[in-house]
Design a protein around this ligand. Structure first.
Ligand code: BG6
Length: 467
């Protein structure tokens, strides 16, 4: 397969880090295997410490890819690795890197685009952006910035100002990989393409919305990252709020980048700043024994909270967000709970629910009530669950990073967050950062602290399989 993409030089900061290993190199490999990479490209990994010679670096990434990708194709792998080099750089000195990028661009021709991927912790981001500016590395580049964007309102504004000194907003791709998930984009399709659903998606029909992302994994060797970030910044101010933006937005006039991002941004503008009294933090037992974690750490590994979007559509409808590590199950589930028709005729009935599973194999479910077949007028649940990929076996969904890397190459910012969204989300989250709840201990493999389980009151937390 050939494609229309210009030649590219990828500059990957954090090339020996965890994200590069788990997502970025596998994403690039899968794009290459599917014929979706440009015909001509080079990848320059960069970081403070050299991983050895270029050949040693290639061997290392080759192993990483064989581990990460089932049945990696040798020819695709060899071709990708042959385009890979490493150049050390740091915030004070990027001269050699600038030389390497210049050389690679010259080799690939005048149409070459530079894509700079900053997979760096928040504290390293700003100074590295300064270096990009001094070395003119970003002058006409697309710059991908990994989340979290800063650590609070003030630092995110500083980071944004540093970025704007060097590049224009049109060059910035703030990545939140949840937006690259097939199923998250499907929220818009399910909502706005279905006459059955669209008219009911509001306060008149819905009692509550739940965005639930429990994870079984622990912080798994990411102790020092978690100590400086915590679950609230890692997951809530980013992924879960972005999903909320898709669930709550008004219909965009068009599906282009400006319209979609404008509508999402309006949701955040209307979000009520979080009330710390309605936020529960938890920390799993044993977290303090993880490598890189303080013995008396107060960092949260679990958050459950209530949020409100004060628009005509959503006034008074609580959004319950929950996520945490070392929990009983791994899910990415959005549940809309409907108001029940006036009670009486059929006795008390569990409410109808519409469920979106935001997994790599997205599922869509509807939970209704119906009459039990037979002589009496008894009620019973009627649940439909459809695995969407089973309905179309032609195409396989792209993994989130794969999709988003492709979008950067195509210059499409729709699924990337804009500066004003990030700024507003920090404003919404700042009351919790100013008065963080004390993290309550919870057992590994549980659903978190009891206080969190009680947060939604009578509605309770709910997952389709009854967990
Ligand atoms: C990352 C977080 O951004 O997203 C992790 O840093 C989290 O803590 C992960 O586990 C979840 O992503 P996914 O793609 O597995 O849903």
């Amino acid at each position: 397969m050939t494609n229309q993409l210009d030649p590219h030089v990828f500059v990957l900061f954090g090339a020996t880090g965890d994200l590069a290993k788990r997502k970025l190199f596998p994403g690039l490999y899968k794009l290459a295997a599917a014929g979706r990479m440009p015909d001509e490209y080079a990848i320059i990994g960069s970081g403070r410490h050299s991983p050895g010679t270029d050949d040693e670096f290639r061997d290392h990434i080759g192993e990483v890819l064989r581990d990460a990708v089932d049945d990696a194709d040798d020819a695709v792998l060899r071709d990708l690795l042959s385009r890979l080099t490493f150049q050390t750089s740091d915030a004070d000195d990027g001269t050699d890197l600038a030389g390497a990028v210049k050389q690679a661009r010259e080799k690939l021709g005048s149409e070459t685009k530079t894509l700079i991927y900053l997979s760096l912790p928040p504290k390293a981001m700003q100074s590295m952006i300064g270096m990009l500016g001094r070395e003119h590395l970003a002058d006409d580049a697309r710059v991908v910035v990994e989340k979290p964007f800063g650590t609070d309102l003030e630092s995110s504004r500083e980071l944004d100002a540093a970025l704007k000194d060097v590049v224009d907003e049109s060059q910035v791709y703030r990545i939140d990989h949840f937006l690259g998930k097939e199923a998250v984009q499907n929220i818009l399709a399910i909502r706005f393409a279905n006459g059955l659903i669209e008219p009911a998606w509001n306060r008149s029909h819905l009692e509550s919305v739940q965005i639930d992302v429990p994870e079984e994994l622990t912080i798994e060797g990411r102790g020092s990252f978690y100590e400086s970030t915590g679950c609230f910044r890692d997951m809530i101010s980013t992924h879960l709020c972005q999903v909320l933006g898709f669930v709550a937005m008004e219909a965009p006039v068009h599906l282009d980048e400006a319209s979609v991002r404008n509508e999402k941004s309006k949701v955040f503008a209307a979000m009520r700043p979080l009330d710390p009294e309605r936020v529960v933090f938890g920390q799993y037992e044993g977290y303090r024994d993880e490598e890189g974690v303080d013995d008396d750490s107060k960092v949260e590994t679990y958050v459950a909270l209530e949020a409100f979007v004060d628009t005509e559509r959503w006034q008074g409808v609580p959004f319950y967000l929950r996520t945490g590590k070392a929990l009983a199950a791994t899910r990415r589930t959005v549940t809309l709970t409907f108001r029940t028709p006036p009670a009486g005729r059929f006795g008390e009935q569990a409410p109808n629910r519409l469920v979106l599973e935001l997994t790599d194999d997205p599922e869509f479910g509807v939970h209704l009530r119906t009459k039990r077949p037979g002589p009496d007028l008894e009620m019973m649940p009627l649940d439909f669950h459809v695995a969407i990929a089973d309905e179309d076996t032609e195409d396989t969904p792209l993994e989130a990073y794969e999709r988003l890397l492709l979008d950067v190459m195509r210059g499409d910012q729709t699924l990337f967050t804009r500066a004003d969204e990030v700024d507003r989300l920090w404003e919404v989250c700042q009351p919790v950062l100013d008065a963080p709840p004390n993290p309550l201990p919870y057992e590994r493999g549980s659903w978190g602290p009891t206080e969190a389980l009680e947060l939604p009151g009578g509605t309770g937390w709910w997952l389709p399989d009854g967990s």
